[in-house]
Design a binder for this molecule. Structure first.
Ligand code: PHB
Ligand code: FE
Length: 355
């Protein structure tokens, strides 16, 4: 602790730079009983511990350390990835923040890893992994994103539509970092469910979608069917999205989830699938870099132009590049049985064979 005069001087220096240590991270956050954090460093940011992983930030960088190594990332990249991991509650399969650090969801527990899915780290035996209870990592990651996000930065926004993530601590942006993901229970537009967006509800048309028609379909359900018949313009809905790389659930049919999203710049995570998923490029263009999920070896570059459909297999990881804001429909199968069916070889990692 900064007030602990018995601590060796290098502990002080360590926490303000990139080597936070466990002795420094002894205090427990008053609001969240399982979050271990230190007091603010010279830049105003707290340090955090989760198992043997330590997290620190300064003006430009996020530092992650573990018993056999350490890692540094640009803090804007780190916060954009952390934001998705938190908002999606650890998502499907693996959320790689980059080629080294990330999480793997076991739906109840989460693996926190460094170098685990990186051939070079594995061969050098520098990789490290810890399995933690989901509520503990959820609380810790939420505390980090709140403490490390300045007033000027929205990790969900495109870089052209937000300010800087850098510099000493300056306010917070809790309204942005605690945004609720849209998750319709049946479909957008049905009574009692998520509703289409409008200027009045605080969702103006995005600068890059000003040409998108705002016409809505006319719906005239027979009496008695008002609760079961609805329609909305998906393109108009997406033209008013204020976030990027954040799939919303707009319709649900058993395990079939329609998850459209608007994309600009780079998907802030490299997603390691635990099931196959389908991409339908609704507008513009995204280039996907596709790698082997476990080693990171390059497998393909997939350029999706408007109208293209791609099936992403369960044994890859991918990251998308969208040079201008584009509309993408991600189609997910939410069944909890799929990862095991694939791991046991009962179903193939790819949903279709073209032979
Ligand atoms: C994906 O990993 O499949 C994914 C995630 C976020 C997006 C699009 C695709 O916005
Ligand atoms: Fe994916």
């Amino acid at each position: 602790m900064s007030t602990d005069t018995t601590a060796p001087a290098h502990h002080e220096a360590a926490l303000t730079h990139h080597e936070p240590d466990h002795a420094a991270i002894a205090s427990v956050d008053a609001n969240s009983s399982d979050v271990a954090s230190s007091s603010a460093n010279a830049h105003g940011y707290r340090g955090f511990a989760l198992g043997e992983f330590l997290f620190a930030r300064d003006e430009y960088f996020a530092y992650v350390t573990w018993p056999t190594g350490q890692h540094v990332m640009s803090v804007d990249t780190f916060l954009r990835a952390l934001q998705r991991d938190v908002a999606w509650d650890f998502f499907y399969g693996i959320v790689n923040f980059d080629g080294v650090f990330g999480t793997m969801n076991h739906y109840g527990t989460v693996d926190l890893f460094a170098g685990r899915y990186n051939d070079a780290y594995r061969k050098a035996e520098l990789d490290h992994m810890e399995n933690v209870e989901t509520p503990v990592i959820r609380d810790t990651f939420t505390a980090i994103i709140k403490d490390w996000t300045n007033e000027s930065f929205d990790p969900f926004a495109s870089p052209a539509e937000t300010g800087s993530a850098f510099g000493p601590k300056s306010g917070n942006n809790d309204a942005a970092v605690t945004r609720q993901r849209v998750t319709a229970e049946r479909m957008v537009g049905l009574p009692g469910d998520e509703q289409p967006r409008s200027d009045e509800s605080g969702f103006p048309i995005n600068r890059q979608f000003l040409d998108v028609s705002q016409e809505e379909p006319q719906v005239n359900p027979e009496p008695g069917y008002e609760d079961r018949v609805a329609a909305f313009s998906l393109k108009a809905y997406l033209s008013r999205s204020d976030v990027t790389w954040n799939p919303s659930i707009v319709s649900v049919c058993r395990d079939s989830l329609m998850c459209p999203t608007t994309e600009e710049y780079i998907l802030p995570i490299i997603h390691g699938n635990d099931r196959s998923e389908w991409f339908i490029q609704l507008s513009d263009e995204i280039t996907w870099e596709v790698e082997d999920r476990d080693t990171g070896r390059k497998r393909a570059t997939v350029v999706c132009k408007a109208g293209d459909v791609a099936a992403m297999p369960a044994d890859i990881r991918h990251q998308g590049y969208s040079p201008k804001r584009s509309m993408l429909l991600v189609w997910e199968n939410n069944s909890g049985e799929i990862p095991e069916l694939i791991n046991s070889g009962k179903i193939k990692p790819q949903p279709v064979d073209f032979e």
